[in-house]
Design a protein around this ligand. Structure first.
Ligand SMILES: [Fe+2]
Length: 296
């Protein structure tokens, strides 16, 4: 059978009806996108001659893996693809330069404590070294960004994030802060050194990665949002350039320009890293994406 089957009148009619395109009401954008989505799935069913058993296996996988969608989406490269797509649109519009964006991941928690100065992100003890990170937050002309709020979050030495720690041993907002930046645009923090991590054992993401012959591990990294009046909100992260997974991140979050190699001295690791923000061109630039995020 070839995929022309999907173009047959009966299947095309089914698509119109299933997406609501033959009705008066409904959201037209959603109707057209969903129609294309279902048609794409039908086409791949025919292209790969997917059997009924394989089809239901996939449905069951998605049902049972629903709570790991936040890991599956980066794992299959779609979250990184969104970055590539936004980068390409920016380039078309002449908006180039500045610190690269990269994936947010599913583990941000809103309303972390707001702090100032050279801050300690960690309130929990941890059997690991200390990360010292500092640098400037600048605009494209080199100017210090005024009024910035730097959101920072990272895992502990076991690779677990507060609020998502299966051992239940971390206190709320451990390794999570929002740092209010002064007019000089400088930031500095220290914390218990994070480790890389892997997707939960036995979960949907690991099941899929293993079925693909891949692993589900990430290098040690630190996540950031930076928001500042007049500037484009940046979602990014730095990954440790000397981590064994630095060039092999299952989530595709590592990017050129975001892989500083820590200067390690004993059990201390020092990273100097400057952030460069683009100016906001429109109101939306200063907003966060509408992604649903955890609230403590
Ligand atoms: Fe992460």
């Amino acid at each position: 059978m070839n995929t022309d089957f999907v173009q047959s009148a009966s299947v095309q009619d089914l698509l119109d009806r299933a997406s609501g395109l033959d009705t008066e009401g409904g959201d037209p954008r959603l109707q057209h996108i969903l129609r294309d989505l279902i048609e794409s799935v039908m086409t791949l069913i025919v292209k790969h001659d997917i059997s009924e058993s394989e089809f239901w296996k996939a449905v069951t996988f998605l049902q049972q893996g629903a709570d790991e969608f936040g890991l599956l989406v980066p794992g299959i490269g779609l979250e990184h693809f969104m970055d590539l797509y936004m980068d390409a649109k920016d380039a078309e519009a002449g908006r180039i330069g500045g610190t690269p964006r990269t994936i947010e991941g599913p583990l941000y928690v809103a309303d972390a404590p707001i702090v100032e100065g050279d801050v300690d992100l960690s309130q929990d003890a941890d059997d690991t070294g200390t990360l010292y990170m500092n640098g400037a937050i600048r605009g494209m002309e080199g100017e210090p960004v005024k009024g910035a709020l730097l959101h920072v979050w990272h895992a502990n030495s076991k690779g677990f994030y507060s609020h998502f720690d299966p051992t239940g041993t971390q206190s709320p907002f451990n390794n999570r802060r929002r740092i209010r930046i002064g007019d000089d645009g400088r930031y500095a923090f220290h914390s218990r050194l994070p480790s890389g991590y892997s997707v939960p054992p036995g979960g949907a993401a690991e099941t899929l990665m293993h079925a693909l012959g891949r692993h589900g591990s990430r290098p040690a990294h630190v996540h950031f949002f930076i928001e500042a009046p007049g500037y484009r909100t940046l979602t990014t992260q730095i990954n440790f350039g000397d981590d064994p997974f630095a060039a092999d991140d299952f989530a595709f979050g590592t990017r050129e320009g975001l892989l500083p190699v820590p200067n390690r001295q004993g059990d201390a690791a020092y990273i100097a890293f400057d952030f460069v923000l683009q100016k906001a061109d429109q109101v939306d630039d200063e907003r966060f994406s509408a992604r649903t995020r955890a609230v403590a």
